[in-house]
Ligand binder design. Sequence first.
Ligand code: NAG
Ligand code: NAG
Ligand code: CA
Length: 774
Amino acid sequence: MSCLQRQPQLSRSQEILRYARSQKAIQTNLSGLICGICPLCSSFLLQGGDLLKVRSSSWKKTRYFRLQEDCKTMWHESKKLFKSNPTFSLDDISAVRLGRQSEGLRKSTEEQVEGRCFSIMFKGRRKNLDLIASSEEEARQWVKSLEKMMYNRNNLSLQQKTEHWIYTCLNKADKNKDDKMSQSEVKNFLRLINIEVDDVYTEMLFAKCDTSKSGYLSGAEIEHFYDLLTHREEIDVIYGEYAKTTGFMSPENLVDFLMKEQREKATLVDAHKIIEKYELDENAKGKKLLSKDGFLMYLHTPEALVYNSDHREVYQDMSHPLSHYFISSSHNTYLMEDQLKGPSSTEAYVRALLKGCRCVELDCWDGSDDEPVIYHGYTLTSKILFKDAIQAIKDHAFKTSDYPVILSLENHCSVEQQEVMARHMSSILGSALVTSPLCDGMPTNFPSPEELRGKFLIKGKRLNKLEATYVPEAAVADETDVSEEEESNDEDEDEQNKKKKKLKLAKELSNMVIYCKSVHFNGFEDARQNLSFYEMSSFKEGKAMKLAEESANAYVRHNVEKLSRIYPAGSRTDSSNYNPVPLWNAGCQIVALNFQTACQDMDLNQGRFLVNGKSGYILKPAFMREEGAEFDPITLTRGDWLKHKTLHVMVISAQQLPKVNKKKSSIVDPLVKVQVFGVPADVAEKETPAVENNGFNPTWNENLQFDVYVPELALVRFAVEDHDSTSDNEFVGQYTLPFNSLKMGYRHVPLLNKNGDILPSARLFVHVMVLDAE
Ligand SMILES: *[C@@H]1O[C@H](CO)[C@@H](O)[C@H](O)[C@H]1NC(C)=O
Ligand SMILES: *[C@@H]1O[C@H](CO)[C@@H](O)[C@H](O)[C@H]1NC(C)=O
Ligand SMILES: [Ca+2]
């Protein structure tokens, strides 16, 4: 990717100028050799072209699409009057898929346009954009160019992102496009980047930079202005402390910093590598020294962030039985929005699976033409074909993670359509579907995620015990009908039992249930005596919370050998969620959440499953895996799990927080909350005061301290909020990670938006220290 390469002979300030010039070049020179100038752009996209936009079989219209000069915003023509914003950002795209891959395209177009079709999928809840190009070649070029742009944007260093963002704002602020900044343009610019300053301060800042006294900033003056803005005093202090070699950091100084401050095992070889990789100033690099800019560059790299980068890969032992893992799980996966009248879509399965979800749910009902359908029974949610859902699952199951996917069936179908379900699963999933135990003979325990790589497991009702297939003459009679528990209503247990409908089960479908047979829960003692390891129960959140509180240890022991699935109360018709942490504390594996709903509970889920290669499987701590485990998250009697630590977080500063209120005049008043989730004794929340009117570079230097007793179950959430004295604070961004994946010392914390997607240039800067409390 030659256009991304930095030219190392340039100093950083030359780089910035080059960048500014390239931005200017884009402004004036839309076509041509742009890729040689700007690392981001694509002349194909900048030129744009006509595409046929598909909404339905009858609504297909030609629209002009092109990339705007900021190399980030796609513009498209819209015939809708008053449509204020016919644009979208490349940062909002989650994927671009060539072919008729979306539900919409499959429904609304003919097979022969397959190669000319592509879909743009968005993050969050935004609908896909389904498009048809005039030729296959053109479709491929759109997809290739978009993917390349997305890749390039993602692959930029934080510094490059910051520069790009600031120059985009500078361009925007330069209203009359004369390449100079007047004082009022500077003030506008500051608002654009989320700083509100009074006129006196603007004047002062302006005077400082306007060395030519022309009343405008231009050229080097803009560069100076940029440097003043992005100057970080805290970095000066930290760098100054360790740069003991004629004002620079030698490899020895860097090792000193890494060992003393960052608590890393670092050698001189590591230090040399860092300087070689991150020092941009050739002069310093030649002398094997690290400049302040190089130091900051390093602090922004993924390996220096607050999240232990060793945990990005699958680093846990994946050879334990399935019941020893927390499994990322989704409830009513087919729903895009609410539980009453919202749309259902195969896209919802794709999104959940791509987020690493390993247990999806399918509510199956009889459909017309002998094709079973999926929707939320007795509601107005729309329907999708069962076979389409299975196909979508097959296509996307193992893109984020190789580890097994559990298909949780809620079956309301007639025997005839159940046979159709079994046929579809068998023909679409093929050998990836587990239809018999992995071992010879009757298994006595679950296989491991490792053994089940690339496999699908069916969770559902079964006519008999699995043992019956081995001892046909055994006295385990086949039940002819089983009852399906309803999840849609929220009545208490008795009434629910009455409403349970008897259901005839098709043998073909029953036989596909091997390791996850659904049974009713009749207490821990009954389960221990009468249930086999593969017989598992589903618990409504309220019931599960009660067990997790009142019989926590019994629940932990139950979950050593057996699986438990928890689902949200039926009263959550808005698809809201519940806190999964108390249920993980009790060892429950499948804590199913409404993945489509952005909220703190989903942040916790994303944080829990952030580590271990985003495989969707997290090994439970050893004290929750042994038979007869003594661990009780509520009483916390003495045991291996008690490792009392104190967590010290100094919240130092933040950079480039986004505006939360779209109004131009509204500037963020940020405060930082640090929250600990885990066993009840560890749950805590502390916050800094708010900094008024500065979302660009606020500083706090605030110390927050926490006691953590069971580190292995604890999660830490950093949340930035916009302080509001008259109503609730507004969410700005957050990052959640396991306590044991925190790195010590001076660390940047990435920030995610409500939907869990990264905010491209925003981050927090903190100092983290964990000490033994004893
Ligand atoms: C991504 O960025 C890194 C570091 O800037 C660079 O070394 C690498 O070549 C880039 N990858 C591609 C494919 O451009
Ligand atoms: C186990 O099942 C038997 C037969 O259904 C029942 O009588 C017994 O009470 C059950 N055990 C427990 C502890 O519930
Ligand atoms: Ca101007």
